[in-house]
Write a protein that binds this ligand. Structure first.
Ligand code: ATP
Ligand code: MG
Length: 507
């Protein structure tokens, strides 16, 4: 045991020992130990399906462990419900939000512990006052009376944090908190984490982004296949060691751009002219040749996702045209878009990408049902073989293709979305944040797949908020602002992350 580990063991805010958990006889956690010191930010890392969320759901009372002990501040506790966890001072910011959009911030904060006035009625004024106090401590400027549904996702998260703090949480669990945040929102979250830390609050921070982990975490624990691989101060490990620990092997060079020759053809594969849709896509024109990867950069709200949706017929196009190999095509709904060879891998997989209660196989074959003979593809050998090969190709971690997608880890759900759309063998791929939530090993595989698809003559439009990722694959980058293309950057103009960032900010 290292000195740090010993220190943490003496004064642990949370101590988990020998935690085992199986689902339907499949072990997911195997004898996991975890110590969280008071006022530390403890990163929890590991590949998709390694067991991070499950371990934290045990702490949160969502699951009960099959074996093992949990101590809070040195006292053994049994956490068998979310109420138990709350009583023990443990709060969680879920990977999926648990707020009620139609209620106000204050109402959500006090949803489960409403301050009651005389006669047991919900005391709205007191809820607003107390919420305002918590938000002030967080140094966050939000009106407690605003309806949550009217606020952006960054505020949803802040509301979740305020809720935990209002319940006197001493330990906050954040499961991939920045996945849906813009850059400046991420900065604001980090500043908040710093302030919480100074107040002695411990934070368990789950993330696939190494740069974030190094910025805010004091220590890191890596899980691999349900076992704890190591716990270490971040000052004692290199990023390479962490990546190798997570993936189980070295990965190198995957984020370096490699020039690829676009396929020569008289006409561009995809051409968009004067496209307008909703109020976020304004007169957008661009071309992509076969074999080319076009990056789409812009701030949150610049219209990137809306442009992607318009190309796939999700949002109605009000003006302009879309051509494939010179021919005007009708992509007024997704089925027509798929038939023309255009697919969108959407940003929000839970809403648009997957039917969570259906099996992995059904989800994978969904877009194909139209193409192959409709009757019974699902039950045929061809259907089974196809889904199995997609599962292998994208290394989806699932016990059986017949299992519901809901039971897969976050990252593996994302792989199913990608596999599902690539299974249609499209000519044009529109990818909206394709590596959100996937682990570092899978990320490099996905980027490699994107390059291979372009090499095979497809046209790719890729949206990513992570500049290194965008730079790793894009042959050109369009910068969007207020729904319009404001710049087109050639490869030579974006040598590094800074130059891309400056272009996006309009400097
Ligand atoms: N309720 C459940 N029933 C069956 N299997 C489950 C259930 N919850 C999780 N699993 C399985 O347990 C394993 C660990 O999942 P978990 O969500 O903890 O992974 P994770 O480390 O959080 O991954 P990610 O980075 O993708 O979010 C996965 O193989 C997942 O499919
Ligand atoms: Mg998870």
């Amino acid at each position: 045991m290292s000195e740090l580990e010993q220190d943490a063991a003496v004064a642990a805010a949370i101590r988990m020992r020998g935690i085992d958990k199986s689902f339907n006889g499949v072990p997911v956690l195997k004898g996991v130990d975890l110590d969280i010191a008071p006022g530390e930010v403890h990163a929890l890392a590991g590949g998709n399906g390694a067991g991070k969320s499950t371990l934290m759901k045990i702490l949160q009372g969502v699951y009960t462990p099959d074996a093992g002990e949990v101590e809070v501040d040195g006292r053994p506790v049994r956490i068998s419900s979310i109420a138990d966890a709350r009583a023990a001072g443990i709060g969680m910011v879920f990977q999926e939000f648990s707020l009620v959009p139609s209620l106000t911030v204050a109402q959500n904060v006090f949803l489960t512990t409403e301050p009651r006035g005389r006669g047991g009625l919900l005391d709205d004024r007191r809820a607003v006052r107390q919420t305002r106090e918590v938000l002030a401590q967080m140094e966050v400027d939000v009106d407690p009376r605003a309806r949550v549904g009217d606020l952006g996702t960054a505020y949803w998260q802040l509301t979740e944090i305020a809720k935990a703090l209002a319940q006197d949480a001493r330990v906050l669990i954040m499961d991939e908190p920045t996945a849906s945040l813009a850059r400046h929102e991420t900065e604001a979250l980090f500043a908040l984490v710093e302030r919480l830390k100074q107040r002695g609050i411990s934070i368990v921070y789950i993330s696939h982004r190494m740069d974030e982990v190094y910025r805010i975490a004091d220590r890191i624990t890596i899980l691999r296949d349900g076992r704890r691989l190591l716990t270490s101060a971040l000052s004692d490990v290199t990023p390479e060691q962490i990546v190798e620990g997570i993936v189980g092997q070295k990965i190198e060079g995957d984020l370096a751009y490699r020039a690829r020759a676009a396929h020569d053809a008289a006409e561009p594969l995809l051409e968009v002219r004067g496209l307008c849709a909703g109020d976020r896509v304004r007169d957008v024109s661009f071309q992509i040749r076969a074999g080319e990867i076009l990056g789409l950069a812009g701030l949150m709200g610049s219209g990137r996702t809306e442009l992607a949706r318009a190309l796939f017929g999700v949002d109605r196009v009000t003006a302009g045209e879309i051509r494939m190999r010179g021919r005007v095509v009708d992509v007024s709904n997704p089925a027509k878009a798929v038939r023309e060879g255009i697919v969108l891998v959407p940003e929000d997989r839970r809403d648009q990408g997957l039917v969570l209660d259906h099996s992995v196989r059904e989800n994978l074959l969904l877009p194909l049902l139209d193409r192959v003979e409709r009757r019974g593809l699902l039950s045929t050998r061809a259907g089974r073989e196809l889904s199995t090969s997609l599962i292998e190709r994208f290394q989806v971690k699932v016990a059986h293709p017949g299992r519901p997608v809901r039971l897969l880890s976050g990252g593996n759900q994302q792989k199913v979305v990608l596999a599902k759309w690539l299974g249609t063998e499209p000519d044009v791929l529109v990818l909206d944040e394709p590596t959100a939530g996937v682990d570092i090993g899978t990320k490099s595989e996905i980027l490699e797949t994107v390059r291979a698809l372009a090499d095979a003559g497809k046209a790719v439009l890729i949206i990513s908020s992570e500049y290194p990722e965008l730079l790793a694959v894009s042959d050109r980058v369009l910068v969007l602002r207020d729904g319009s293309v404001v710049r087109e950057l050639q490869r030579s103009e974006i040598a590094d992350e800074e130059s891309l960032q400056l272009a996006v900010q309009g400097v």
